[in-house]
Design a protein. Structure first.
Length: 277
């Protein structure tokens, strides 16, 4: 199966129907309490993000965030003193991210633009950025190679940093999908990964990468500075959706040092930091 011909409208609808992390808080959507809790839960469940993003490093710099969702990382780049251009395909996500920036008095530092990354220069004025950051996004667009071409040709210069998180093919998550969802239909794995990759089932496009295939996607323009995998979701989903954090029995038995080692081998997040030559 190939995702290449998936209509972008389908991708847009999926993320508009349920913006990423929208249920990370039970407080009234759009309030400060809501956004505080969204951030708390996001970095509790995905604690490697602040280290990967290095928010403080971008103080006084220009950051282009692709696929900002409801803006958790966006706000942290701005809070650290960066000037941010944040784009997303989903108007609903952008509306929440914009509200959020106003609540924290960071609106003046962030330009929000509705855009399809595959033709980004049609929406965003081409200019080089110090950092192009995209966490968990480019594997959801039908043709990620178009997105990389846009970044290369229009939004970096020699020395620009590009940080991407893409899903890791050889991961615990994929093993879990094989064990729980495939019923032996291994040939359907690409489709099953997409269906089960997100909180809401039925994601229309989800690619997975190995370190090698991700480097290949980026091509020779970028020099890899750091690449690692991290993140295994250890909680019982039925309790997690009720904001209770009890681990699956097998992860309860695993000493935390071994769990962290496992995350570094079979984590779902393949994070690359590269520099434009
Ligand atoms: C998993 S969410 C990640 C959001 C955010 N980066 C975060 O970590 O919370 C994926 C986001 O990518 C956006 N997206 C998917 N395809 C896109 C495209 N072609 N152009 C721009 N944004 C896209 C979706 O609308 C969605 O908000």
């Amino acid at each position: 199966m190939s995702f290449n011909n998936t209509p972008i409208e389908l991708v847009e609808k999926y993320w508009d129907d349920r913006p990423c992390n929208i249920r990370h808080s039970t407080a009234a959507i759009g309030t400060k309490k809501y956004f505080d809790e969204v951030e708390e839960r996001k970095y509790f469940v995905e604690p490697h993000i602040p280290d990967f993003a290095e928010f403080n490093r971008w103080k006084g710099k220009k950051v282009l965030e692709i696929g900002c969702g409801i803006g958790t990382d966006t706000i942290n780049f701005a809070r650290a003193g960066a000037t941010v251009t944040a784009v997303d395909l989903s108007s609903k996500s952008l509306a929440l991210a914009t509200e959020r920036s106003k609540i924290y008095n960071l609106f003046d530092q962030i330009t929000f633009i509705k855009a399809d990354v595959e033709s980004l220069s049609k929406y965003v004025e081409p200019e080089p950025y110090d950092l192009v950051y995209s966490f968990g996004v480019l594997h959801h667009t039908p043709n990620p190679e178009n997105a990389i071409r846009e970044i290369k040709e229009n939004f970096v210069t020699s020395g620009s940093t590009v940080k991407l998180m893409m899903y890791n093919r050889y991961s615990w998550k994929v093993i879990w999908i094989l064990l729980t969802e495939s019923k032996g239909r291994f040939w359907k794995i690409t489709e099953l990964i997409a269906k089960n990759s997100e909180a809401q089932t039925g994601c229309p496009v989800t690619y997975t990468y190995t370190p090698k295939s991700l480097r290949k996607l980026l091509g020779n323009t970028f020099e890899t500075k750091n690449i690692f995998v991290n993140h295994i979701f250890p909680y019982r989903i039925s309790e997690y959706v009720q904001y209770r954090y009890n681990k699956m029995w097998y992860f309860q038995l695993l000493p935390s040092v071994l769990f962290r080692l496992l995350e570094r081998k079979l984590g779902w997040h393949l994070c690359i930091t590269s520099q434009s030559r």
